[in-house]
Design a protein. Structure first.
Length: 597
């Protein structure tokens, strides 16, 4: 042991001066740093009018200032107390508007003189150099895009005029995005409903030097303790509750994006979701209130769900929901849930209620029921349909009350989709799809939607047919597809299927009609870009298949013009391909790396 003492002393002696040196960040070699700092591929959003793309540049690695920004952890969210927005919210650095009528991009990989790297042709929007763009939101008519700018001390509201490719800030608007959304388009597509930082709220509550009381928690022994994930950033003290009230409370207002006029809407409160009706005259409003939980996130907190008129007056109370801390495993809360508006009616409320106390272990003939309540919300809501299993979603069409309703059987892990006319109580159902949730090869895909003028969306129908897009899982990998599905005959026609040597997926229709559509295409050697496919003609001898037959047993994909499909599940139409964007590979150095043993 004596032999070790001088060595230990010597090590400790050397450690002292080293610890006193100034710390600094080490950088990798330039070749590696270049790859690490390379910006990701731009983000692309399609216009609801199908005639333009909005392209946003992504930043590379975040600066240390972003990581070191202040934050408060409140009931499952992390808030930047300076901006009253999310801590470390993702953002973009620039916007470009690209019309579908623009000339195709060059495909030789060369950038034209003066063109910004990885942005492509189009009209670049003039914005401040310090812009930090968040959450672009198209208006339903495709004329405008609302977005935020994270300034040094606030969250600003900006509006882009797509036709002019110009953007301007709406003055006197400081958004509150502490609990998620901070603005949405009203049905007129000219007005925004926004959540503002209450200008009268004063300074944040100060931490008392002495706690006002003990921290008391009660264990009832019932289920509903909550997941480990939900225990992150929950409230812990009475001061945390005060901070949640302070940063979460907001003032509602209407913003006319043409004149910039800001009109207050009701009193400041702690608002959850707010949904305007299709006619813009009624609102489903969630008001969160105490007592708060120190075990669960804010979305389980008690709330009042009310129907307001345009003057912020309560028309009817839909529900008074208690703290959702006793929800059984894989169960649902009791009381109204999934409340929303029917897209094709002026103001018809639609919601779901559990008939089994939300407990999947309770044996009942029906687990859920669907109800509707039309303005002026007199009397009681009307029951439209009862489901044997748990309600799992609804998709409305633009025809009467016809919708696709999905239910989930927990014990069998099974999903069933019905077609039902909900325009009258006691409607009959027709099974459209019925398969295991673990079934990937036969998955029919998801219905495509189109926006209405009021901003709501319905299933994109073409006579008796709808369109489906899916990942197209196969034993050899995914091959995304686009199908046309007849709701009367339940037969499928495959319009497009991804080739085997690339990955290409449907993004949305291009232009009027349904003969052209946008795709995102990439390969191990080609960076992801946006293309337009044009359907040419049906393949001779190819026909539609019944639902569940060969076309659903494997994935989907596209066929080059003039080529005939081979094998089940291939496209029954030929199509041609044209590039729309030409994003460059930000890290071409990595393409030369090969895997070797």
């Amino acid at each position: 042991m004596r032999l070790l003492v001088p060595s230990i002393v010597a090590i400790l002696g050397l450690a002292g001066p080293a610890a006193a040196q100034e710390a600094y960040y080490h950088k990798p070699i330039p070749e590696v740093e270049k790859v690490l700092q390379a910006p990701p591929f731009p983000a692309v959003w399609l216009s609801p009018a199908r005639d333009a793309l909005l392209i946003a540049e992504r930043p590379g690695s975040p600066p240390l200032a972003d990581l070191a920004a202040p934050k408060v952890k409140l009931a499952g969210v992390r808030v930047n107390p300076v901006t009253n927005g999310p801590h470390r919210a993702p953002y973009f650095l620039g916007l470009t508007v690209k019309s579908l009528a623009d000339a195709p991009e060059p495909t030789d990989g060369k950038r034209r003189h003066g063109e910004r790297a990885n942005v492509g042709e189009g009209r670049r929007v003039t914005l401040p150099d310090s812009i930090r763009i968040g959450s672009p939101l198209w208006s339903a008519d495709g004329k405008r895009v609302a977005f935020t700018n994270t300034a040094k001390d606030s969250l600003e509201l900006w509006v882009l005029d797509v036709a002019q490719a110009t953007a301007r800030r709406i003055p006197r608007v400081h958004l509150n995005a502490a609990l998620g959304w901070s603005y949405l388009w009203m049905p007129d597509q000219r007005t925004l409903l926004v959540k503002l930082v209450d200008p009268d709220r004063g300074p944040p509550p100060r931490l008392p030097p002495v706690p006002t009381g003990p921290d008391v928690q009660e264990g009832s022994g019932q289920h509903g303790i909550g997941s480990t994930y939900e225990r992150r950033d929950v409230l812990e003290t009475a001061h945390d509750e005060d901070l949640f009230d302070y940063y979460g409370s907001s003032a509602l207002a209407f913003v006319d994006v043409l004149s910039g006029t800001v009109t207050r809407f009701g009193k400041a409160d702690l608002f959850g979701s707010i949904q305007p009706s299709p006619d813009g005259e009624h609102f489903i409003v969630e008001r969160i209130h105490r007592p708060y939980s120190h075990l669960h996130a804010w979305w389980r907190f008690p709330r009042e769900v009310e129907i307001w008129d345009r003057h912020a007056q309560v028309e009817r109370r839909l529900a008074s929901l208690a703290l959702a801390d006793q929800v059984p495993p894989e169960g649902v809360p009791t009381g109204p849930r999934f409340y929303s508006w029917r897209p094709t009616a002026p103001a018809t409320l639609f919601y779901v209620e559990a008939l089994d106390q939300g407990d999947p272990d309770v044996k009942v003939p029906h687990r859920d029921r669907l109800l509707a309540w039309a303005a002026p919300f007199s009397g009681e809501a009307s029951e439209l349909l009862r489901l044997k299993e748990r309600f799992d979603g609804i998709a409305w069409t633009d025809s009467s009350g016809i919708a696709l309703v999905q239910e989930f059987d927990r014990e069998r892990r099974w999903e069933t989709t019905y077609q039902v006319d909900l325009s009258a109580p006691g409607a009959t159902t027709r099974v459209i799809w019925d398969l295991s949730v673990n079934e990937k090869y036969m998955a029919p895909g998801d219905p495509l939607f189109r926006p209405l003028a009021n901003g709501f969306s319905v299933i994109d129908r073409d006579g008796a047919s709808i369109y489906l897009a899916g990942a197209g899982a196969t034993p050899s990998g995914d091959r995304p597809f686009l199908d046309r599905f007849d709701l009367k005959t339940l037969r499928t026609e495959r319009l497009f299927r991804c080739d085997k040597d690339v990955y290409e997926s449907f993004l949305g229709w291009a232009g009027p009609g349904r003969s052209r559509f946008f795709t995102r295409r990439e390969s191990p050697k080609e960076p992801p870009n946006t293309f337009v496919r044009t359907l040419e003609a049906p393949v001779v001898g190819a026909g539609a298949t019944a639902a569940g037959a060969a076309s659903r047993t494997s994935g989907p994909a596209s066929t080059a013009a003039g080529a005939a499909p081979t094998g089940a599940g291939e496209a029954t139409w030929t199509s041609t391909l044209a590039p729309v964007t030409h994003f460059l590979d930000p890290t071409p150095e990595l393409r030369g790396i090969t895997k070797r043993i």
